[in-house]
Design a protein around this ligand. Structure first.
Ligand code: UD1
Length: 401
């Protein structure tokens, strides 16, 4: 029997996760004479700009998606509904044994719902079935239900058959929510599989030279900033004071800011351009004046990894960057009041400051004085999470081995 897995990607943070899954499936299929897993990759098109999507497929050598649903942007309900409508016919046509979703974006929850609501007729003579649902990165909880991702996580986990977790807190959250223990698999972090696999390739990136942050082999100190959560960028009363705090940081260290399209739009709409210098449009002029935030377009995976790995400090509201900074031992100031990834705080690299400018400045001052780096890795963040996931799925499908 061949196990048919239909995997879903939609938005930027999904791509590095699915890259590890694709790789693990290739390894399994390369052993023995015949294919054990038939893998179909679906891209919903939630993210569609080249630098938010295609560049990741290239950098990470992810196979071209078998199907693209082209849903694009919209309100949460419109986007979710569009994905569901288009994904339903994919499931009906493909009849997968397992639908595999990753992370917590709208594509994750939308496709999870479809998977568990679609009755596949099966081949002639066989009985019909509902596909099994596998959620990679299950159990994370910020306990903040105003975050769209938290709703996506709760919905997806509540109907999943296989819940693959990255840290112990996730196991505890799921058990507390009444998920049977035999559905929970503590496998580690597929995003870190991809980081470890691409770490040395990222060394070849010229991004530090392109940004005048390196002279030969010597790297100058700098900070990296990312910001895109609606709670931080949608309201000018929140965003502008944060930008003042980043200006303070920029007087001590150049602040490089690869801006998400959502954030860029807010900056333009709210007329906040004076806080920034556009590195590639206005030129790299005088880096040393350090009075404004250095705006650059969203980066590809390898460039971003290189930039993060050498940063003196990261300021971010992303979930994944908290994890990547943990592995690089880069101090991370998280611009949120909570994190669904508490292990990144326990390992000593991550501090939560929310959007309060005074806290941002205080934490930056403390970190730049201490220059502290930590290299503690959470359990199972060892490059083998995807292999463990595929083994669980195969063992369940081929119990005889
Ligand atoms: C989504 C995820 C978020 C994740 C983030 C990473 C949800 C609920 N949120 O947020 O968890 O951290 O991706 O980037 O799924 N846009 C473009 N080009 C693109 C994609 C988006 O210009 O390729 C613009 C559009 O104006 C769009 C806006 O960005 O309306 C927001 O995109 P959307 O997919 O709704 O959510 P993100 O903020 O990207």
């Amino acid at each position: 029997m061949v196990l048919k897995i239909l995997s879903v990607v939609g938005a930027r943070p999904n791509f590095m996760k699915i890259a590890a899954i694709c790789e693990a499936i290739n390894v399994v299929n390369s052993v023995g004479a015949s294919e054990r897993i038939h893998h179909v990759l679906v891209h919903t098109g939630q993210h569609y700009d080249t630098n938010m999507s295609d560049s990741f497929f290239n950098d990470l050598e992810i196979p071209k998606p078998d199907l693209c649903l082209g849903v694009g942007s919209g309100t949460h309900s419109v986007q979710t509904a569009r994905i569901m409508e288009r994904f339903e016919s994919v499931v009906l046509n493909e009849q997968p044994h397992v639908v595999l979703v990753v992370g917590d974006v709208n594509s994750t929850a939308a496709c999870a719902l479809v998977a568990k609501k679609t009755w596949c007729r099966g081949n002639e003579g066989s009985t019909g079935f509902i596909p099994k649902l596998a959620h990679v990165e299950a159990g994370l909880r910020s306990f903040d239900r105003t975050m769209p991702e938290e709703i996506n996580r709760i919905v997806t986990d509540s109907i999943s058959d296989y819940l693959f977790t990255t840290e112990e807190s996730a196991n505890q959250n799921l058990l507390r929510e009444g998920i049977p223990e035999n559905r929970i698999f503590f496998v580690g972090n597929v995003m870190i599989d991809t980081l470890l696999r691409h770490r040395s390739k990222a060394q070849e990136s010229t991004i530090l030279q392109d940004l005048q942050l390196a002279d030969g082999r010597e790297v100058k100190p700098y900070a990296i900033l990312t910001l895109h959560r609606p709670g931080n960028v949608d309201d000018k009363q929140v965003l502008a004071p944060m930008l003042n705090a980043f200006l303070y940081v920029s007087r001590h260290l150049p602040v490089v800011f690869p801006a998400h399209p959502r954030t860029l739009k807010r900056i333009q709409d709210e007329d906040l351009g004076d806080y920034f210098v556009d590195h590639f449009v206005q030129g790299p002029e005088p880096w040393d004046s350090r009075v404004r935030i250095r705006l650059i377009p969203p980066l590809g995976y390898l460039d971003f990894l290189r930039l993060l790995s050498e940063a003196r400090v990261a300021l971010t509201d992303s979930g994944g960057i908290q994890e990547e900074a943990t592995i690089f031992g880069v101090p991370c100031i998280t611009l949120r009041d909570n994190t669904e990834r508490p292990v990144t705080v326990e390992c000593g690299t991550n501090v939560l400051v929310g959007s309060d400018p005074e806290k941002i400045i205080r934490e930056f001052d403390r970190l730049s004085l201490s220059g502290k780096k930590s290299n503690r890795s959470p359990l199972y963040w060892d490059g083998n999470a995807a292999k463990r996931i595929i083994k669980v799925l195969i063992d369940d499908c081929f119990p005889e081995g």
